[in-house]
Design a protein around this ligand. Structure first.
Ligand SMILES: C[S@@+](CC[C@H](N)C(=O)[O-])C[C@H]1O[C@@H](n2cnc3c(N)ncnc32)[C@H](O)[C@@H]1O
Length: 212
């Protein structure tokens, strides 16, 4: 199951008319769906193709991902990097990161990916920039802290892309800590003069902020 704000048949139609999911990524998605109760956390095929497009459009050389999970979104983005490009991805979960490592080892793009295991805020504090694109897709309570930690490391014109920012509509009536984390994040980015931004209704909501 994936989280989409548009009807499933429209999402399917959009997927059918976008870049196809590579065979290895289909395998990874299906394994994740078999072994994890959290498979809905994967960005899915349409957003994966969109992330790949963003990496191409920004001519990114260095990408940072916060929230590896089983490596699905990282592999979509790594394909669009040049041969000497790098994607650094971080996560706290050893078990899902082990799955990611296994698929990175099988992919022709896996050698572009560096995995950092540990709490993201600690990883970010020692990670040198600059990055061309940062994808935020981890614990929702920390989105604003991640944004503030990475903005100084983003090149001018670079993008911060944040997933799940409509949170199945729960941002309209926030209750949990995650709901409030996203409401705070969206409001923070909306009034930040350092960026131009758009909140897209793609999948579960996607904020794109471009550093001025
Ligand atoms: C939504 S999943 C990432 C999905 C992945 N981007 C994809 O689409 O394939 C969120 C991930 O964030 C990780 N995470 C949660 N809190 C974290 C933290 N404090 N530091 C680093 N990773 C964290 C979780 O372990 C989980 O794997």
């Amino acid at each position: 199951m994936s989280i989409t704000l548009v009807p499933a048949d429209i999402e399917d139609y959009a997927q059918l008319h976008s870049d196809p999911e590579p065979e290895l990524l289909r395998e990874l998605r299906e394994e994740t769906q078999r072994v994890s109760t959290e498979a809905r956390m994967l960005v899915g095929r349409l957003e994966g193709a969109f992330l790949k497009m963003l990496v191409h459009l920004t001519n990114a050389q260095r990408v940072l991902e916060i929230g590896t999970f089983t490596g699905y979104s990282a592999l979509w983005m790594a394909e669009a990097l040049p041969p000497d490009g790098t994607l650094v991805t971080c996560d706290i979960d050893e078990k899902t990161t082990a799955v990611a490592h296994r698929y990175f080892g099988r992919s022709p793009y896996g050698r572009k990916i560096e995995v950092r295991l540990g709490r993201a805020l600690e990883t970010l504090s020692v990670l040198p920039g600059p990055f061309d694109l940062v994808f935020i897709d981890a614990d929702k309570e920390n989105y604003t802290a991640y944004y503030e930690a990475v903005l100084p490391k983003l090149r001018t014109g670079g993008l911060i892309v944040a997933d799940n920012t409509l949170w199945s509509g729960r941002v309209l009536t926030p209750q949990s800590a995650s709901d409030h984390g996203l409401v705070t994040f969206n409001a923070h980015v909306a009034k930040d003069a350092r960026v131009e931004r758009v909140l897209l209704t793609v999948r579960d909501g996607l904020v794109i902020a471009r550093k001025r």
